[in-house]
Design a protein around this ligand. Structure first.
Ligand code: GLA
Length: 415
């Protein structure tokens, strides 16, 4: 297995409060997931370009590798529901033979040859949410071995068509079974979303022990309302959820909608910024063959990705809410990210504040870089008042760096 008990290892366990130590996902995973955009389209005769098939995944793999995505960190190519054809005479899962004629191992090889990783989907229950064969308690080990044999790199385990008791047994069992294969397979658990997402029904200490990420809440749909309802739930429960995230174990507010039909330009930027503040996995679910340059810019912003992938892995919080909202995320080297978010729908809102008013330490100097415009404000004191203009349903996002070695003492500043 992957667990090698040693003095150091036990010490690490104590220090980190017993979290899953398969060494994976030290930063939130980035990649592409089929579900939100391509759903359960199995009509390859009518719609060969967009049906769930090896062609779709190979074409997305090509785009990930050739259009700059992979090199920015978007390396996971993840299959979702509706790939399964059934089980063979030995009980092993097999893909739909019409839509995946060369099998999943072939797709994994293809992804690996392009420097990508392949993710797959199953369901802890009698059927997947769309009614394909699920993993039951007696097939957990076999299915884990099948996925490892195919050289799969991630498993999303859904929770439809099972009881709470079956899920309580099945998820830890699958985690152990994946570990026992010896292949590093990141484990994404939808378990909490099926139990209301909150303690005491959800045991997040256990979750962090067995899963690398988990869906806490409802499925995202292609609308701004859906984004807001997910954001609201995560913020409402941030005292519980924020401390759970960290290297190797992440909250998952679900996929990015950017590039699809439901979000405006400002809303697209807002989802990207807010998901980054939440230290969320960045799973795009859009057609990378036809995405516009404007949407690519939002998803490929290097400073945005750097913040999402900050090695400290601390999830951000909403720190201020009146007419507008402010989110803060602490980063390495005493840097931080700020998002100013407006839900207004009338006109750009002029928000007057200062870092001190946002509870930053007094008498400190910062450089602030605007993540979308690139504009830099140098030498911003905590006490300096400033104004940000936030578009309707939009954000202004800053990367804040403390200016070190300022040759000015607090006393001098106060004079
Ligand atoms: C559930 C999950 C979704 C997706 C579908 C597939 O609803 O939450 O993310 O995987 O099942 O059927």
């Amino acid at each position: 297995g992957l667990l090698r008990p040693s003095g150091m290892f036990l010490l690490a366990l104590v220090a980190q409060g017993l979290t899953l130590e398969n060494g994976l996902l030290r930063t939130p995973p980035m990649g592409w997931l089929a579900w939100e955009r391509f759903r359960c389209n199995i009509h390859c005769d009518e719609d060969p370009k967009n049906c769930i098939s090896e062609r779709l995944f190979m074409e997305m793999a090509d785009r990930l590798a050739q259009d700059g995505w992979r090199d920015l960190g978007y390396v996971y190519l993840n299959i979702d529901d509706c790939w399964i054809g059934g089980r063979d005479d030995k009980g092993r899962l097999v893909p739909d033979s019409k839509r995946f004629p060369r099998g999943i191992a072939f797709l994994a090889d293809y992804a690996h040859s392009l420097g990508l990783k392949l993710g797959i989907y199953e369901d802890m229950g009698n059927m997947t949410c769309m009614g394909f064969p699920g993993t039951t308690l007696d097939t957990v080990e076999l299915d884990a071995q099948t996925f490892a044999g195919w050289k799969v790199d991630m498993l999303k385990m859904d929770g439809c068509f099972s009881t709470s008791e079956e899920r309580a047994q099945g998820y830890p069992k699958m985690s152990a079974a994946l570990n026992a294969t010896g292949r590093p397979i990141a484990f994404s658990c939808s378990w909490p979303a099926y139990e209301g997402g909150l303690p005491p029904k959800v045991n997040y200490t256990l979750l962090a022990n067995i899963c690398n990420l988990w869906r806490n809440y409802d499925d995202i749909q292609d609308s701004w309302n859906s984004v807001l309802s997910i954001l609201d739930w995560f913020v409402k429960h941030q005292d519980i959820l924020q401390p759970l995230a960290g290297p190797g174990h992440w909250n998952d507010p679900d996929m990015l909608l950017i590039g699809n039909f439901g979000l405006s330009f400002e809303e697209s930027r807002s989802q990207m910024a807010l998901w980054t503040m939440l230290a969320a996995p960045l799973f795009m679910s859009t057609d990378l063959r036809t995405i516009t340059p404007q949407n690519m810019d939002i998803l490929q912003n290097p400073l945005m990705i750097k913040i999402n992938q900050d090695p400290l892995g601390i999830q951000g919080r909403r720190i201020y809410e009146v007419l507008e909202e402010v989110y803060k995320r602490p980063l390495t080297n005493e840097a931080s990210a700020l998002v100013f978010f407006s839900r207004r729908t009338d006109m750009p809102y002029h928000f007057h504040t200062s870092l001190a008013k946002l509870n930053f330490p007094r008498a400190k100097v910062y450089d602030a870089q605007n993540i979308f415009s690139g504009e830099i404000i140098s030498g911003l004191w905590s006490e300096n008042n400033f104004t940000v203009v936030i578009n309707p349903s939009g954000v202004v996002m800053w990367y804040l760096n403390p200016v070190k070695n300022m040759d000015i003492s607090e006393t001098m500043y106060q004079l």
